[in-house]
Design a protein around this ligand. Structure first.
Ligand code: MN
Ligand code: MN
Length: 359
């Protein structure tokens, strides 16, 4: 037994072993596996950085603002640099899009059909770093089809997606389009080990996750859904619900993958010109791919997220994801609401086109 304790990875599948098997049958399998190993190495470095907290801030904040106008703190910048340099060095990527970069970063001058495009949020929920609450990295991989360097493909063209969660332990959760696997970082061997195979989201739930301080700005169907949850046993749902909100998308969606639930960052009219809060390419799409692969559903309330054709790389989108039957119910509330709205220009129901416009 002693050897088992000293070597907790005994008889366990490592991330690399999993990839060798999982990528065996696809044409670009070996290079995809190598790319994913590259990204996993990068997340280990970010895990080490975030675990140092304030101790890592030997360099002063650069004070620059990113494209969404948020103040960048050092760890965002450092995490972004780690991603960019490791993807460049891999030789497998022809271009990338990052939350931290205004424009797409082209590694090759012309595209390369044998290579990949990677889009990522290097540090999600980064304001949580200051209060020592979980953060993560989110990434999504596309084939650089025909070498077109086209980042505006819908999310249904993703060939792989994943996230790292830097919590009490570091986890890497990925999909290659055949289910969802979760790996835990063994800090002694620095190896990701398969600990959660074939993660599934129960189709129904009594947990919801939303920033309810925005309640007065929500659309009627979202208000109706949350009201029905809060009414508990005395309401139409006939049971009590729990609310959970970490304010870090990776952590909130991870909880849903582990425990079930539904996560909403819906359209609201706080800033009516913004289609939503979350970014389509490197937040909504990879998480939607993972949630669907775990048997869940992901929608704007009116449309499947993965079917949206992006107009621009930093586009925002409303997101409702998680338990399949709950998301379907919320979609039904939207369609019932829309059917009662006048079709004239003064309709308060946002038109579908507004959800695919840049903000
Ligand atoms: Mn983010
Ligand atoms: Mn971020």
């Amino acid at each position: 037994m002693k050897s088992l304790i000293n070597n907790p990875t005994n008889n366990k599948t490592t991330f690399n072993q999993y990839l060798i098997k999982a990528c065996r049958d696809s044409v670009s399998g070996a290079s995809l596996a190598n790319l994913l190993i590259n990204i996993a190495e990068c997340t280990k470095k970010i895990a080490a950085l975030t675990s140092k907290g304030k101790l890592v801030r030997s360099v002063e904040n650069v004070g620059a603002t990113n494209v969404q106008g948020e103040i960048q703190i050092n760890l965002d910048v450092l995490s972004n640099e780690l991603f960019v340099s490791s993807l460049k060095q891999s030789g497998l990527v022809s271009g990338l899009v990052s939350e931290e970069l205004d424009d797409a970063y082209l590694i090759d001058e012309v595209g390369n059909g044998n290579k990949f495009l990677v889009v990522f949020d290097p540090l999600d929920g980064s304001s949580n770093v200051d209060v020592n609450v979980s953060v993560g990295s989110i990434f999504s991989i596309y084939k650089d089809n025909l070498g077109s360097l086209d980042f505006l493909e819908p999310g249904n063209a993703q060939i792989a997606a994943g996230y790292a969660l830097y919590g009490p332990c570091t986890m890497l959760v990925i999909t290659l389009g055949h289910g969802v696997q979760g790996f835990t970082l063994d800090t002694e061997t620095q190896e990701f080990v398969l600990t959660h195979s074939n993660i599934r989201i129960p189709e129904t739930t009594s947990d919801f996750s939303i920033n309810s301080s925005n309640e007065r700005h929500w659309e009627a169907p979202v208000q109706r859904y949350i009201d029905s949850c809060k009414a508990g046993v005395t309401g139409v749902r006939g049971r009590d619900f729990n609310m959970r909100w970490v304010a870090s998308m990776v952590a909130d969606v991870h909880r849903i993958l582990m425990r079930g639930g539904v996560y909403l960052y819906p359209y609201d009219n706080k800033q009516p010109t913004k289609a939503g809060r979350l970014r389509l390419l490197y937040e909504a799409n990879p998480m939607s791919f993972i949630v669907e692969q775990a048997g869940g559903k992901s929608s704007t309330g009116r449309k499947r997220v993965l079917d949206i054709k992006p107009d621009e790389i930093h586009q925002r989108v409303p997101v409702i994801m998680g338990a399949r039957l709950e998301v379907s119910l919320i979609e039904l509330y939207h369609s019932e609401f829309d059917s009662t709205q006048p079709k004239e220009k003064d309709s308060i129901a946002p038109k579908q086109s507004e959800f695919t416009k840049s903000s």
